[in-house]
Design a protein around this ligand. Structure first.
Ligand code: ADP
Ligand code: MG
Length: 396
């Protein structure tokens, strides 16, 4: 794979696809992990005299401008971290972007507005995407792919631009691929996988292939409820998509056949809703009250998960164990993070919110083997799938 060290960037207009999809709170960046992870590439490019044009997405706007998803707070934070002003274009590939690019001097950085304000970015139609990719690439000379977290998306800025432009991987993509490659092929065992979070639909299908590689899969977060429901337990008002229950039952059967252990929480912390200072209680996983939602794994489950993690050779963790943003529901996530930090295993934390969770709970990234910026992308990579964004770079 070609990297930015192979590109002559001085004086060139370099379009960088970064993954700056960070959580916001009250119009400010709540966790800047992904912005920090993009700095090595941006600093290298500016110090070599490139004119840097950063493009990224934020959230899931529906293919047209929606100021709620403006990258403005991200541009402010990026400027603070780079120590220079980062001007944000009012559009992505329109007159504002063109004017800012034309005025760029070597060593300067600007940002384009949210890529997903354009329907072509995420279109499943090759022509639509290609048309937008052409518009995006037209005022630039070179392309650097550094948004690891989006490489599994066949999107215009991820897949189609590198097919049309001289391109290379940035340092983040290089580092992610090097670290995650240790979870494919020859893996130090036991290989323990910890899955949680709320984006269950996005991650659920990964389990089929993970059952064939992991020795144990510990399931927490909202991910646990389809499995508990598949065992016939009532899950109250917990997050649950009905169509996942049968699939979960299939996974439990598959695991029983192949000897992989799927470990579900034996106890759960429940409350009426995820709100600060709301009363909560610990209940057995088969005794979730009708009008309550499971919002964290219970203490017994947390202790079992932690003990399993301490004995692992390799651990991959994706998705918080509970609504860690609220202190009442953060203990399960904290216990898993603590045991990962203490484990001698090669530990990888993947997922935007998982990374944010460990930082919010006070665990420095250095306590883990690797903290991936990718959620879905890391999951697909460790399944051995071809990521469209990497495939396009390999065409170079
Ligand atoms: P990641 O970004 O690490 O891949 P997700 O996006 O899938 O993780 O999920 C993160 C979110 O999951 C967090 O905001 C957290 O509050 C939420 N969450 C975890 N457990 C539960 C639960 N039991 N019910 C509802 N939300 C949950
Ligand atoms: Mg997330």
């Amino acid at each position: 794979m070609k990297t930015i060290d192979d590109l002559a960037v001085a004086g060139k207009r370099v379009l960088v696809r970064a993954d700056l999809n960070v959580p916001l709170m009250d119009g400010h960046v709540a966790d800047d992990g992904r912005i920090l992870a993009s700095l090595p590439t941006l600093n290298a490019l500016t110090s070599r005299g490139a004119k840097v044009i950063v493009c990224a997405h934020l959230g899931r706007p529906k293919g047209k401008p929606d100021l709620k998803y403006s990258l403005a707070p991200v541009a402010v934070r990026l400027g603070q971290l780079l120590g220079c002003r980062v001007e944000l274009a009012a559009d992505t590939a329109g007159p504002s972007a063109h004017a800012l690019i034309a005025a760029l001097r070597p060593g300067e950085v600007i940002m384009l507005e949210n890529l997903r304000f354009n329907a072509g970015e995420t279109s499943t139609d090759d022509m639509d995407r290609g048309f937008f990719a052409d518009r995006l690439a037209e005022p630039t000379d070179l392309f650097v792919s550094d948004g690891f977290g989006v490489l599994h998306r066949k999107h215009a800025s991820v897949y189609d631009v590198p097919l049309r432009t001289t391109s290379a991987a940035g340092y983040l993509v290089q580092a992610e691929v090097a670290a995650l490659s240790r979870l494919t092929g020859d893996i130090r065992r036991p290989y323990v996988m910890v899955l949680g979070g709320a984006k269950v639909a996005d991650k659920f299908s990964a389990i089929a292939s993970l059952i064939t590689t992991a020795d144990q899969i510990l399931v927490g977060g909202a991910m646990a409820f389809p499995f508990l429901a598949a065992k016939g337990y009532k899950v109250g008002t917990s997050l649950l998509e009905a169509d996942q229950v049968d699939i979960a039952a299939g996974y439990l059967e598959q695991a029983a056949r192949t000897g992989t252990k799927i470990v579900l929480p034996s106890d759960v912390i429940v409350a009426a809703e995820p709100a600060p200072d709301i009363p909560y209680q610990v209940v057995a996983a088969d005794a979730i009250p009708e009008h309550q939602a499971g919002l964290d794994i219970g203490p017994e489950s947390a202790a079992l998960f932690a003990a399993t993690i301490r004995q692992a050779g390799t651990v991959f963790w994706n998705g918080p164990m509970g609504v860690f943003e609220l202190p009442s529901f953060a203990e399960g996530t904290k216990a898993v993070a603590q045991s990962l930090a203490e484990s001698d295993a090669f530990t990888v934390v993947g997922g935007g919110d998982s990374g944010a969770a460990i930082r919010a709970l006070g665990f420095p990234d250095a306590m883990f083997g690797y903290v991936s910026t990718g959620g879905g992308a890391s999951l697909e990579f460790i399944q051995g799938k071809t990521l469209p964004g990497l495939a396009a770079l390999e065409e170079q």
